[in-house]
Design a protein around this ligand. Structure first.
Ligand code: FA5
Length: 341
């Protein structure tokens, strides 16, 4: 064994490695040279004597170092090759989401009312009995306070709690009227979009949770004429004058006088269908002049100020707009339905 033989091994190694293109295979060649060719050189070195042993041993060590470095270099190259991105390769198109039709509608309503100077306000979905009922002039024995209409929170010793401590899922957005007014001075012009909850049997036009848009305008001379003008403008902007409007006398404890607002059914063109219950009209909101007792609950002087309020069902409006026959589709999470908007 001579150092010249080691130079020959190096030459052979370099030739073999240069001919190979693949980094992984190059690494395997390095490994083979260290574990086989060099290992057999080292086993012979120990039989050599004195000076020769030192000279050949040094050359063999240098070659081992050289091959090891080469092997590490090829490893880095192999990793880089795997991580390399082909920028010309066609990408996977991301599945884009979109806003829910009720969210789109809510935003449109907000824009229309904001143009008339209304401010968007909000309140809690987990409400207390006082704001949801008492402050709105509901008598203690009003049927809506029954378990079969309202979803009450389970609370220990509920009987001993005050009305402000008894919790429920709000049945309408009207409690925000009092919440907003009690801390501020009139005049007010607000809308309150939000989710409400009712314990009721569902059908094509009734859900157990749905969205309402509350409106409230209070000032020194606010009248029903103002209500007609505001709602007329709102519906004309919303439906682009495609629907007819009808006011019917009604009753709400928190308004006097009260009325329901109906729009012509666009699903059946007023011929009669399951959504309009064969009447040709769909009820979209309750409304009226704010009851003096509600103004008193909110510490607003009813002798000085008057106002109107309304609460409309956003789901019902979206049904009319898109000719949707079943309110439950909005909450079904069915992408075949949602992707149409
Ligand atoms: C109310 O909730 C009153 N707070 C509205 C109001 C506000 C009156 C201010 C006067 C002054 P009502 O229960 O009628 O009223 O509901 C209002 C609207 O919500 C209805 O016109 C209807 O469009 C919608 N709505 C009612 N129940 C459901 C339901 N189960 N599913 C979907 N929409 C509903």
């Amino acid at each position: 064994m001579t150092s010249g033989k080691i130079s020959k091994i190096k030459e052979r190694f370099l030739k073999e490695v240069e001919e190979e293109k693949d980094a992984g295979k190059k690494r395997k060649i390095c490994k083979k040279y260290i574990e086989e060719d060099l290992a057999s050189v080292f086993s012979l070195v120990k039989n050599l004597s004195g000076e020769k042993r030192g000279e050949v041993g040094r050359a063999a060590n240098e070659l081992r170092e050289f091959i090891t470095k080469k092997m590490e270099g090829e490893k880095r190259e192999e990793v880089a090759e795997k991580a390399r991105i082909d920028v010309t390769f066609p990408g996977t198109e991301p599945d884009l989401g979109s806003l829910h039709p009720l969210t789109v509608l809510q935003k449109r309503c907000e824009e229309i009312f904001q143009k008339m100077g209304f401010v968007v306000a909000g309140g809690p979905e987990l409400e207390n009995e006082w704001y949801n009922f008492d402050a709105l002039n509901f008598k203690k024995d009003h049927p809506v306070r029954e378990m079969q209409d309202t979803l009450f929170a389970k609370q220990k010793d509920r009987g001993s709690l005050s009305e402000k401590e008894k919790l429920l899922m709000r049945t309408h957005t009207s409690p925000v009227q009092v919440r907003y007014m009690e801390n501020r001075k009139p005049p007010f012009r607000i809308i309150v979009p939000g989710r409400v909850f009712r314990n009721e049997t569902t059908d094509n036009s009734h859900e157990i949770n749905f969205y309402q848009l509350e409106g409230l305008m209070v000032g020194e001379d606010v009248s029903i004429a103002n209500f007609r003008a505001v709602i007329g403008y709102f519906l004309q902007q919303l439906f682009r004058a495609k629907v007819k409007l009808r006011l019917r006398p009604s009753f709400f404890p928190f308004t006097e006088p009260s009325f329901e607002v109906d729009v012509s059914c666009s699903i059946c063109d007023q011929k009669g269908c399951s959504v309009c219950k064969q009447t040709g009209w769909i009820e979209i909101m309750g409304a009226g002049m704010v009851h003096p007792n509600v103004l008193r609950s909110a510490k607003v002087d009813p002798d000085k100020f008057t106002g109107f309020a309304f609460g409309c069902g956003l789901d019902r409006i979206a049904m009319i707009e898109h000719k949707i026959e079943n309110v439950r589709l909005f909450y079904s999470g069915d992408l075949r339905f949602l992707k149409q908007f």
